[in-house]
Design a protein around this ligand. Structure first.
Ligand code: NAG
Ligand code: NAG
Ligand code: NAG
Ligand code: NAG
Ligand code: NAG
Length: 941
């Protein structure tokens, strides 16, 4: 039945496909992609992903071509990012070259040839016309985009040794990472003396430089290394803060998109980052001081226009042409054409050597400049939120701009220009500003005497924090930033820099229609675009409530300033109605760390609506959650941290937080973002962490003897296994290095899990991480049947992961699906039904509204209209603390005056748990069983 509707759905959604015969191998189809927030002013090169329905295009016999909306061919390169098990493409990635002409839409044409003999490789053929040149030698990699030539050494400290224009002029050199740190905080303790604090400076030290992606349109050069103490042969601090920097270069582009990642591997008590950045030198030899320009992006597209030596505003007029040239960044008429009363006195006009912009809060930035070290800084007018772009260069020598995406949202940040009056100036982009207080990652309390599990569990009763000494560590958390490097032949116009500033803050995204994506089922069957033809009043209300919730979180992000180096991308967990603030300082109620899957709510809402603002929200969350809320080094590698006051403060380290199902939409839609791809591999490491970290160590019945063993891990299917299962599935789809192992483990699970007498109702059982096989829990070695149902098992992406597995693995054993549908059915069934089936009921379970999507899932798969009605009843009539319903106010209330620090809009009736569950359940119920008051079940009927 589904197969019949697929073609229709795809046609509706803008997929034009036809098969010349029943033979799969001779088929073509085209898909249209559009910009999520309108065509950008210029194209710097872009990558995007496209899903394809099972069985459409064999990966090894399909060619992809890109055409502009008007039919013009486009410079394009494509590759496969995921495969269906039958060998057809599931996801492809497409890179378009840079271009001054940006079209509103593009069509990607897939042509599958019947001639399989001509295609021997198992990668799909790609019709490429790009002009990128990559030259690799034993000591460096050079990439020529046609506009710039960048060289990446394989050793030393410079990640980019030079950036040249196409005619060979060097416009930037010695691009290196810099770090400063200190061993303590001056004045931190009463007895602290500044002399006790040691200060260190580091520069990047390269381990390796590799071309990690290559083609005629796009190349990625990945540089890995560490920060090593600079400028002194006597080592006083060991190497630390490993980095991975990925440089993306596109054909015909003057831009290098840079994804910069660091992992914190210091000691929180003694390693305080006091500055972290990237610096380039800019050759200025031969350029008159008055032809050297500084440009800094300000507010709302604003640009600072400064020259090292100013010719404007002087007592004697150099002439309008000179003044205008300097302001615009073009060359000032030669000295002999300047009036003599100016030309003879240039030596008296101060020249500005250094500039610094500091954004120490999301609300304001300052700028200052000085003539040289040792002289006073001169304060300049600042503003609110800087665009995050700085340029240094000259009218004839050209120069370099550096930009940081979300500059003010990632505060404290800075931009520096130094040595602008010398032969070689420098520009520095500070990801962590040296003007800020040092980055303090120590625990926020001293443990409060919680030295036993009993005390820790008792403290949980009051602050909801699950504390344990040593677990509140930032060791192994990471942060990724997006940086843009632009090379220029001559000083660019302010308009051009302004357009680049918008571009780096909202990098353009190409995407297919929601209906097309849904029809391919490459991201599961649990969401559909809103049914605009629905006559259901309740469905309309629910749609309005979904909008309310996502808009509310966007607004709260701004009003509550959920910004900062670590924090940007997270939201908070619950609300303190007395203080009119989120519970930012109360144990387990502060940062949300993906609790109950708001990520899936936002991504599903984006997928069904295509709304650009939701994409940006979900992308920032994906970047935050997978880096800061997750571990990348040490014993916790692959696990995440439960919600808390600091992103890493809680002692519950679990795969339910690090599960890559939260990043999956971003990964594929972005064309396989390489950093996220790496994080999916890190999530596979959770298997090892389960051995090192016993998640139930504090709550286990002491009579049960349990020693973690990789062949017999006592795991919960939802909060533990689902996270690695999501990683296995991605690895299988991607055909990553461990894909066969990942596939085999998933298949083994689908064979062995149903053998547990009570299937998923067993809750926790023994998992063999070598094979994927499950066996009965240690409490029930004879498999007589255990009933252990937790409200938490199915609220961290397990339904979505299993659904995607069912969609992927056509031959999945039906008793596995049946066991899962039983869980979906019985969780909210009556106690009598539970008892009749399992011999005992499940006790009083909460989160019924959130679980209504499980009921809907069973209703859909079992085509049971009665069950569909039950699902909507559970959704609408939960009436517990963690639900939202039509009776809630669905408005915010303004609180201002002396009651609050700043005026805020509050919805005291919203908790993030409830919002996430309501959002996901609403989306999934509408998709799976239709509207609540309409013909339930047009889809299951
Ligand atoms: C590649 O694309 C160009 C431009 O659309 C087209 O003319 C050419 O036939 C294509 N080549 C292949 C092998 O598909
Ligand atoms: C192409 O892939 C299909 C499905 O995986 C396989 O059966 C076929 O042998 C492959 N053909 C070539 C030429 O590799
Ligand atoms: C680069 O070096 C790091 C650190 O030694 C290592 O983990 C990584 O595998 C290396 N990568 C490549 C591509 O050689
Ligand atoms: C080099 O390090 C040593 C030991 O830490 C220190 O005494 C010396 O002043 C340093 N020299 C420079 C030039 O920084
Ligand atoms: C969010 O802010 C916008 C703009 O101020 C406002 O129109 C909207 O009503 C707000 N929505 C919510 C749910 O807070």
């Amino acid at each position: 039945m589904f197969r019949k509707t697929l073609g229709f759905l795809l046609a509706l959604a803008g997929y034009a496909g036809h098969a010349a015969s029943q033979n799969l191998r001779s088929r073509s189809g085209s898909v249209t992609v559009r910009w999520i927030d309108g065509a950008p002013g210029h194209g710097s090169g872009v990558t995007f992903g496209l899903p394809w329905a099972r069985g459409q295009h064999l990966a090894n016999a399909t060619t992809f071509t890109a055409l502009a909306g008007n039919g013009d061919p486009i410079e394009h390169q494509s590759w496969t990012t995921a495969y269906w098990p039958d060998g057809t493409v599931k996801w492809t990635a497409h890179a378009l070259a840079a271009s001054d002409t940006v079209h509103d839409r593009y069509n990607i044409l897939a042509t599958s040839s019947s001639d399989t003999n001509s295609s021997g490789s198992n990668r799909h053929a790609t019709n490429t016309t790009g002009s990128l040149r990559i030259i690799e030698s034993s000591n460096e990699v050079t990439v020529d985009t046609g506009k710039i030539i960048a060289s990446f050494p394989k050793s030393g400290h410079a990640l980019i040794s030079s950036i040249k224009t196409s005619d060979g002029k060097v416009i930037g050199k010695n691009g290196r990472l810099i770090l400063s740190s200190q061993s303590g905080v001056v004045g931190d303790r009463d007895n602290g003396h500044p002399s006790d604090v040691k200060f260190f400076k580091f520069v990047s030290k390269i381990y390796n430089t590799t071309v990690s992606h290559e083609g005629p349109v796009r190349a990625i050069v990945t540089v890995q290394g560490i920060h090593r103490e600079a400028g002194n042969t006597t080592v006083s601090h060991s190497d630390w803060l490993p980095f991975t920097v990925r440089f993306y270069l596109y054909s015909k582009s003057q831009t290098i998109r840079t994804i910069h990642t660091i992992v914190y591997d210091g000691d929180a008590e003694t390693d305080f980052i006091s500055g972290l950045g990237i610096r380039f030198d800019v050759p200025l030899t031969g350029e008159e001081l008055y032809d050297r320009h500084i440009r800094i992006a300000g507010v709302d597209g604003g640009i600072l226009h400064e020259a090292v030596q100013g010719l404007t505003g002087l007592r004697r007029d150099p002439g309008k042409e000179a003044r205008f040239a300097q302001y615009s960044g073009t060359r000032v008429p030669s000295k002999d054409r300047l009036p003599s009363n100016v030309a003879g006195r240039l030596q008296w006009i101060p020249s500005w050597n250094d500039y610094r912009l500091t954004q120490l809060s999301p609300d304001g930035f300052n700028i200052q400049k000085r003539t040289k070290a040792g002289q006073s800084w001169l304060k300049m007018p600042g503003g609110t939120r800087a665009g995050g772009l700085v340029y240094l260069g000259g009218a004839t020598v050209g120069g370099l701009a550096l930009g940081l995406r979300d500059f003010w949202k990632k505060y404290p940040t800075s931009l520096d220009v130094t040595n602008a009056i010398t032969e070689e100036g420098s520009v520095t982009l500070w990801i962590y500003s040296p003007a800020a207080e040092p980055l303090d990652v120590r625990p926020y309390h001293d443990g409060l005497g919680q030295d036993t599990y009993d005390k820790q569990l008792d403290a949980l009763e009051i602050t909801y924090e699950d504390y344990e000494e040593g677990f509140n560590t930032p060791y192994g958390v990471a942060r990724t930033n997006e940086i843009y490097i632009y090379g220029f032949e001559t000083t660019p116009s302010a308009d051009q820099l302004s357009s680049m500033t918008s571009y780096i803050n909202e990098p353009p995204v190409l995407i297919a229609e929601p209906g097309y994506i849904q029809g391919t089922r490459a991201l599961g069957s649990y969401w559909t675009p809103p049914d605009v033809t629905s006559k259901s009043a309740l469905a309309k209300t629910i749609e309005a409530h979904l909008d309310f919730l996502v808009n509310f979180y966007m607004n709260q992000t701004e009003q509550r300033r959920w910004y900062g180096f670590w924090d940007h991308g997270d939201i908070q967990h619950s609300y303190d109605v007395d203080r009119h603030t989120w519970k930012y300082d109360i144990g387990g109620f502060a940062w949300d760390n993906s609790e109950l899957s708001p990520d899936l709510f936002f991504w599903s809402l984006f997928l069904r609506t295509g709304r650009a603002d939701i994409y940006r929200l979900a992308e920032a969350q994906a970047r935050h959650g997978s880096e800061v809320d997750m571990y990348h080094l040490g014993n916790f590698t692959g696990l995440g941290t439960r919600h808390g006051v600091q992103h890493w403060s809680d002692s519950a380290k679990q795969a339910r937080i690090s599960t890559p199902v939260y990043r999956k939409a971003f990964f594929y839609l972005s064309g396989g973002d390489e950093r996220t791809g790496h994080l999916i591999h890190t999530a596979l490491e959770a298997e090892k962490a389960f051995v090192l970290v016993d998640a139930r160590r504090k709550v286990r019945n002491p009579s049960i003897v349990y020693k973690p063993d990789p062949a017999a891990l006592f795991l919960n299917f939802g909060t533990d296994w689902a996270g690695v299962a999501a990683a296995y599935l991605l690895e299988w789809e991607r055909r990553g290095p461990r894909w066969e192992e990942a596939r085999d483990k998933l298949i083994e699970t689908t064979k062995t899990f149903p053998k547990l007498k009570h299937g998923f109702i067993t809750g926790e059982a023994l998992y063999n991480s070598h094979t994927g096989a499950w066996s009965p829990p240690p409490t029930d070695p004879g498999n007589l049947g255990t009933v252990s149902v937790s409200h938490l098992s199915a609220v961290f992406g397990v339904l979505e992961t299993i659904d995607e597995l069912i969609e992927h693995y056509a031959d999945i054993p039906q008793d596995f699906v049946g066991a899962w549908l039983d869980y979906c059915y019985y969780y909210s069934a009556s106690k009598a039904e539970q008892k009749a089936r399992y011999g005992k009921d499940f006790g009083n379970l909460s989160l019924r509204q959130g679980h209504s999507r499980l009921t809907a899932y069973a209703a859909n798969k079992r085509k049971n209209a009665t069950l569909a009605a039950r699902a909507w009843k559970e959704f609408l009539e939960d009436n517990s603390a963690d639900e939202l319903g039509p009776d809630d106010p669905w408005v915010t209330v303004r609180v201002n005056g002396s009651r609050v620090l700043v005026p805020v809009d509050e919805a005291a009736w919203v908790t993030t748990n409830a919002a996430a569950l309501y959002g996901l359940a609403a989306i999934e119920n509408l998709a799976l069983i239709g509207s609540p008051d309409g013909a339930i079940n047009s889809t299951i009927g």
